[in-house]
Write a protein that binds this ligand. Sequence first.
Ligand code: NAD
Ligand code: DAU
Length: 339
Amino acid sequence: MTIIVTGGAGFIGSNFIFHMLKKYRDYRIICLDKLTYAGNLSTLKDVMDNPHFRFVKADICDRNAVEKLFEEEKPNIVVNFAAESHVDRSIETPEIFLQTNIIGTAVLMDTCRKYGIQRYHQVSTDEVYGDLPLDRPDLFFTETTPLHTSSPYSSSKAGADLLVLAYYRTYGLPVTISRCSNNYGPYHFPEKLIPLMIANALNDKPLPVYGEGINVRDWLYVEDHCKAIDLIIHNGNVGEVYNVGGHNEMRNIDIVKLICKELGKSESLITFVKDRKGHDMRYAIDPTKIHQELGWLPETKFQDGIKKTIRWYLENRQWWEEIVSGEYRNYYEKMYGNR
Ligand code: NAD
Ligand code: DAU
């Protein structure tokens, strides 16, 4: 079995590669990644010499490069993690999100059609459903909830999802889609809430909470997401969408306070800053379908996962310090300098 994993030098893709190489000793895993600001080769250093692994630097929008790789590797499965993934960046520069997240998806699927594939899997997000009101805790996103996006990022992901389903209906491409809630864990890029707060707290810097900090996210440990995708590509039904989430809703402010507590830092570091434009209030996944059809259940409880994650950032300071001391400083100044 040969699997192309796009975006495998990023947060979830790298964790997926580690999971697959460990579990399926005879599979060949090819990582195709453009190495944008979010991709990091040092993340993959432990698998670089694995004879079952190959890294290829390429853009999913580059048709020639993608076709060349298909000719060389004749993959059975493609799992597409490659994306521009940060909502705040999409508000500043939408176009690259349309390019990578929509055009890139089309190029990958065209190539799958041309060379043949057993499965094309699209890693999507719960953000395609928009948001839920805070005063209706009885409401959850199911696979039939209408798409109703808020940001250029989520709109580009929804556009890609529609295209994936169109390739299934029009061309019979054997596709599946997963829509997962917020992930956390090792190798999470420090522009996102949890790693940003851990890194800032460790450096005794202000902890910038948007608005009042009452927005709710549904957090899942990254390994549980990887296991869900593993199940879907092997046992999921073609043409289907699977929601992935562990019923673990938390307010941003409570997460930040918890990080302060775990690190022994004062809550006085917390600074309320101007809200994100179009900020989604609440995400909450109903994972009944993937549980009933594929037997998936989350394994890591949040109280254990967050401790493991904080320990990882303490033990791998070099990984994130290299990031936050580079180009990231300009990004940080632009986003938070005058906020
Ligand atoms: P990430 O930003 O950490 O990583 C993205 C990776 O894609 C990077 O390695 C980057 O170099 C690569 N990439 C970007 N543009 C590319 C291109 N044009 N060609 C090839 N490679 C390219 O993202 P992540 O958080 O790991 O998310 C992975 C996927 O999962 C995304 O599709 C995202 O929408 C989805 N998702 C993320 C979450 C989450 O909480 N992080 C939750 C649900 C779904
Ligand atoms: O739900 C899945 C999505 O989760 C994925 O599709 C996205 O790729 C991923 O980035 C994530 O999107 P969010 O916007 O929910 O994640 P982020 O970490 O950027 O923000 C989480 C919450 O924390 C959100 O309500 C905004 C808030 N926040 C974020 C940052 C970076 C702050 O209050 N302060 C911050 O500095």
